[in-house]
Each structure stands twice: as C-alpha cells, then as structure tokens.
Design a protein around this ligand. Sequence first.
Ligand code: PMP
Ligand code: GLN
Length: 379
Amino acid sequence: PQSKLPNLGTTIFTQMSALAIKHQAINLSQGFPDFDGPRYLQERLAHHVAAGANQYAPMTGVQALRDAIAEKTGALYGYTPDANSDITVTAGATEALYAAITALVRPGDEVICFDPSYDSYAPAVELSGGVLKRIALQPPHFRVNWAAFRALLSDKTRLVILNTPHNPSATVWHTADFASLWQAIAEREIYVLSDEVYEHICFDPQGHASVLAHPQLRERAIAVSSFGKTYHMTGWKVGYCIAPAAISAELRKVHQYLTFAVNTPAQLALADMLRAQPEHYRHLPTFYRERRDLFIEALRESRLEILPCEGTYFFLADYSAISDKDDVSFCQWLTTEVGVAAIPLSVFCADPFPHKLIRLCFAKQESTLLAAAERLRQL
Ligand code: PMP
Ligand code: GLN
C-alpha cells in the first residue's frame, strides 16, 4: 500500500537492541533496566490474577489507581487533579502521547517540539495532518531560546510538546522555563503536552519542575507519566495522563478506541503499591545518581567526553576524540566491533546534526556498567 509514513522505518530502539542481541553486545542503547522492579508489585499482580481480576478495567482506569495517582500528584505538585474527570490510565506513556496528539491536532495545525525530541511525537503529529515546527537545541545544555520560540508562534500553532527530564539530552526544565512558556502562549489558544515520564529521576538540586505545578499552564496541559520508569518495569506498559476535564474528555474519545482500557491486574497491583509504599519514588534520584556516577568514574580514563546529566537514566557522550564516523555508523561499529550498544543522537533531530554524540543508558547493574566501561576505555 501507499505508505502514510513514507519516511519512517523501524525505531532506533528496536534496531539497536536487535543488533546488540545479534552481536552479544552489552546493551546500553534502548532504555530499560537490567534489574527487576519491586517484589511487592509482582506479588500483588499474581494476587490479583489469582483472585480473578481478569476482565476489562473501566475505560478511564481502575478507580483505586486513579485515586492513588490523584493523591500522589497533590503531595508532589501542590495540585490534586479530579480522579474521575482528569486522570486517564493508558498503555504506557506512548499511548497517552499518541491519544493526546490525536485528540488535539487537526489537519494544518502547527505543533512545536524541541529537537532532539523523543521519536514517538513526530509520527503522531504527521498522522493527524499536523505540521511539526522543530526548534533545534544545542549541546551541551540544550536550553530553549525563548525569543526563537516566540518567533515560531503563529495563528496556526495548536500544541507545544516538551519533555523534562529530557530524553535523550538528560537536561531538565526549570520553573523559569515554564514561566517563559506561559508568557509566550498566554494570549493564544495553545495546548501543552508535557512528557514527564522521568519525573522521579531528576538530579537537579531544584528537583523536577512539572507543568502541573504551574497554575495557569496546567489549565491547558496534558502531563504524561509512566510506571515503567518509576518501578523499573518497562514491560508492564502502564502509564497515565493528567489534564483538565474538557481536555481529558477529548483525549478519552481517542483512548476508548485505541485500547479502550489497560490491563486490569497490573493496575490493581500498581494501586496497591502506591498505597503501601507512597514514598517509594523518593529513593530514585539517589539510586540512579549512584549508577550514573559509578559509570562516569569508570569512563574517566576513556576518550569519551561525558555531557552534563541532570535527569533521566541516560547521558550523552561525545566521541569526537575517538572517531570521525557519523553517529549512526559509530554506534553500529561500537556494537559489532567493541561490544557496546548505544543510540546515535542524530535520529532524534530533523536538521542535520553536526555533533558526534551518542546516548548511553545507565539503568544497569554495577557489573554491566563496569564491563561496558572496560570496553569503552580501550577506544
Ligand atoms: N517518553 C519518553 C521521553 C520516553 O523515554 C519513553 C520511554 N522510554 C516514553 C515516553 C514511553 O514510555 P512507555 O514505555 O511508558 O510507553
Ligand atoms: N523510551 C525508550 C528509550 O528511549 C525506548 C522505548 C521503546 O523502545 N519504544 O530508550
């Protein structure tokens, strides 16, 4: 058939993980932990399956889970969304992002995103007939130039997509960025899609700045999160989004025909987890900072230059002292010849990307990180 997405192939994550398996490389490419999530969560899942909670969940999500999310959000961001009208449980953050974009973007609407940008945004915008306007951010700090942002706004601008902590650059937005965003869009009918799946993996001393903490912006925003990141269980694919009732109502029109509802026993288990250990996420910054620092220390004698890492379980490394190859070729070579798989940064950017940067995932056991560092030190 004639393709609706002619320029799109298989995601870089699928490609690199497959190459890593084929060459038995240490896989620091696709972002997932090589350790397990909480036992308690697994036990609760088994419990609910055995107890017969095996039929459809409510379309918007299991009530106990939405209640627990509302409470947690209130404690974290000083704003308690309505569990019934504002919270929708989705099949991972991926579904939330797709449903949000599909619900809001009409043919010809302009959508602004910041490059490098996570790979799932652009195809969803394209399928909705939207026009993506990308603002290229520059290493090493990837800060938004708000004058450039304002210059890109037009009467057609409908949606701004942001991601903090940011995959792949590992930088974070500050409260001031949200204030600048609000100043720029206050007078226009523009919505905000805030991808905050790494909200609990933030090393910045000011902590994670959420769109939900901004009283005006959150009236226009859809905030997206994922239990896959928070509980080290990316395979469970349960996420959620929070948006005011009117926006949620539109999003749910899409969600109900995209998946209708999400895995019941997993939702019940997650509700139990949030109730039993409501502070669990608080240890994540220390937990991941230790891994980050161990890996950076082990790479100190290598010729990779590590960029600042303020959040997420990734960091960027500049390999220009090692090779002249472009980043895609370098990552292929690194996987097949050196035995370490990484993600090339250019795949997240529309414009030609002149830098020599790769993304490395440190959500790995100490032994995995040390083994990878040993190989990378040889370069
Ligand atoms: N957004 C970002 C920035 C991500 O990194 C990921 C997954 N790594 C997702 C969304 C998708 O999350 P999920 O696996 O819950 O669908
Ligand atoms: N978001 C994960 C990453 O950045 C990958 C998710 C996926 O494979 N779709 O590595």
